[in-house]
Design a protein around this ligand. Structure first.
Ligand SMILES: CC(C)(COP(=O)(O)OP(=O)(O)OC[C@H]1O[C@@H](n2cnc3c(N)ncnc32)[C@H](O)[C@@H]1OP(=O)(O)O)[C@@H](O)C(=O)NCCC(=O)NCCS
Length: 167
């Protein structure tokens, strides 16, 4: 695992966290394909993340929640971009059958622990005002709303900008 990998702590029975960089190159591309499929099943087409392009960018990283018995069986993923003082949480998703077990919260907690060790001061993200479960997740992780933008995700779809201070 690279020195810049997140602290992979996890307390949800049956699952553990891995950094994408911890997979072999061959397994990494299989994992990215699987993540892309989950992404397409979960999000509307205009919100689907282009993992192949984005993960090539410097400072973009992915935390994966996987089954204890099979690291290729994915339960969830979190993608973030890190700059010196700020981390942008681009995407977080848990497969439908594995939701409400604490997996997403554990991934955010892991990211936070990792960032606390450096000079990073906050995590920011945008969320659709109508995504109730995502908003419940961010509230339970102590994110606070810092901005609101009408039509951010398209006509009639308001975006909320949220921030978690990690100092
Ligand atoms: C949002 C999402 C990632 C949450 O994942 P999850 O693993 O089910 O979340 P957790 O089990 O870690 O729950 C964390 C907190 O959010 C709350 N929560 C999660 N889903 C909820 C729901 N549907 N209704 C109410 N509260 C909910 C939990 O009760 C928990 O609160 P607590 O810590 O106070 O007990 C998941 O629902 C998902 O993948 N949704 C589709 C994709 C999406 O919307 N992603 C976010 C935008 S990029």
């Amino acid at each position: 695992m690279s020195r810049s990998s997140p602290v992979l702590q996890f307390e949800v029975k049956g699952f553990h966290l891995r950094d994408l960089a911890s997979y072999s190159p061959k397994d990494r591309s299989t994992v990215v394909e699987k993540v892309s499929k989950i992404e397409k099943r979960t999000f509307p087409s205009n919100e689907v993340f282009d993992f192949i392009t984005e993960l090539k960018k410097k400072n973009t990283n992915m935390i994966l929640a996987v089954n204890d018995g099979d690291a290729m069986e994915l339960a969830g993923y979190l993608v973030y971009l890190r700059t010196k003082r700020l981390a942008l949480l681009h995407k977080i998703c848990v497969v439908e059958q594995k939701r409400e077990k604490g997996i997403a919260k554990a991934m955010i907690h892991s990211l936070r622990l990792h960032l606390e060790k450096g000079a990073c001061q906050s995590i920011q993200l945008w969320v659709d005002e109508n995504r109730k479960s995502a908003r419940a997740l961010y509230a339970s992780c102590d994110f606070e709303q810092i901005d609101r933008c009408l039509d951010y995700y398209g006509p009639g779809r308001t975006g909320l900008k949220m921030q978690l201070n990690i100092e």
